[in-house]
Write a protein that binds this ligand. Structure first.
Ligand SMILES: Cc1cc2nc3c(=O)[nH]c(=O)nc-3n(C[C@H](O)[C@H](O)[C@H](O)COP(=O)(O)O)c2cc1C
Length: 317
């Protein structure tokens, strides 16, 4: 038996809640343990940017402890207990909700698989059996699914939602196997009156069940979404184009590719090396962990900083 956990950032018992509950219901019927969490019902304070969590991990003082005393530990515990995660958010201003973003900020570097893996290695080398180690559940492989719900009839009004929602799977290194955007939700009072959307959630549940039953790691983490997408790693199609060149960057993975016009069709290509350094994979996370570790060690000091700040201090005070 595995554990399937859903986080819904939508209104209580509205579209997002019920779509995620449909996935959980199917997983429970298949014999798995389930948990449904509504972060909006908890006290989750926004990140202050103090970086105490990152310093805690890097210095070996703790495992990324946050200065806030709130309900975040409930989300952390639910997330780490999961073998499969489904995260759902309504679309607000073309993007996921503010609480969703707050969750991602709090679940950032302090929950990054590379930060925690390196910390574990360093501490074991230094302190042996007395080492203060991260929660072992951090290192467990997980699969993830993302669901967005937009009221707008025009899909473009949901455009940043799924790409930004990858953030919720990025730090922990969750393998995203399926994503779905339900748009045009304003057309019907409730998704329970839209059978094809509920059936799509049954498909998502089946994708999770198949991944959980896989007998190899490649089979477990393979993409099971309905659309392939142009990026071969995240299977989405959100790129930054570099004007005047053939260079494109996947906004989600942070990897470079090339774009060409072949027989009147746009074709994107990403080298194996680039695919391997996606930030959705360990190597990409390690690259970023190392740049932060290096940046902290080599940061250039600004002479007379207190003096230089003085002309700005009175503004807005
Ligand atoms: C502040 C606000 C902004 C919204 N912006 C968008 C938007 O940009 N695009 C869209 O498709 N729907 C937008 N919506 C509509 C919601 O996505 C829609 O009501 C959705 O069904 C909410 O999900 P829920 O029913 O699970 O709570 C917005 C709603 C609110 C309250």
């Amino acid at each position: 038996m595995a554990k399937v956990v859903a986080f819904s950032f939508g209104r209580k018992m509205s579209n997002t809640d019920v779509m995620l509950k449909e996935v959980l219901k199917k997983c429970e019927e298949a014999g798995h343990e389930i948990q449904f969490v509504r972060p909006d019902d908890l006290d989750i304070k926004p990140c202050t940017g103090c970086c105490a969590c990152v310093v805690g991990i890097m210095s070996g003082r703790n495992n990324g402890k946050c200065i806030h005393k709130d309900d975040f530990h409930i989300l952390e515990d639910a997330y780490y207990s999961a073998d499969a995660l489904i995260i759902g958010s309504p679309v607000y201003e073309t993007s996921p909700s503010g609480t969703f973003k707050t969750f991602c900020d709090r679940f950032g570097p302090s929950h990054d698989l590379a930060f925690l893996t390196e910390a574990k290695k360093e501490r074991l080398e230094r302190d042996g059996e007395n080492a203060l180690l991260p929660d072992e559940r951090v290192f467990k492989p997980r699969v993830g699914c993302l669901v967005g719900v937009g009221g707008a009839r025009t899909e473009n009004w949901t455009i940043f939602t799924i790409p930004i929602m990858y953030e919720s799977m990025m730090s922990a290194g969750v393998d995203v196997i399926d994503t779905h955007m339900y748009y045009g939700a304003m057309n019907v009072q409730h998704v329970l009156g839209v059978p094809e959307q509920m059936e799509r959630m049954d498909r998502m549940a089946q994708n999770i069940l198949d991944a959980l039953a896989a007998d190899s790691d490649d089979e477990r983490k393979k993409w099971r979404g309905t659309e392939e997408g142009a990026c071969p790693v995240c299977h989405q199609s959100m790129f930054r184009v570099h004007q005047g060149s053939d260079r494109v960057e996947c906004a989600i993975c942070g990897i470079d590719g090339k774009v060409a016009l072949v027989d009147g069709k746009i074709v994107y290509s990403f080298s194996r090396e680039q695919q391997d350094r996606s930030r959705m994979k360990y190597a990409g996370k390690l690259e970023h962990r190392n740049e932060i570790a290096d940046g902290a060690m080599t940061q250039k000091k600004v002479e007379n900083l207190a003096e230089l700040k003085k002309p700005y201090q009175h503004i807005g005070e």
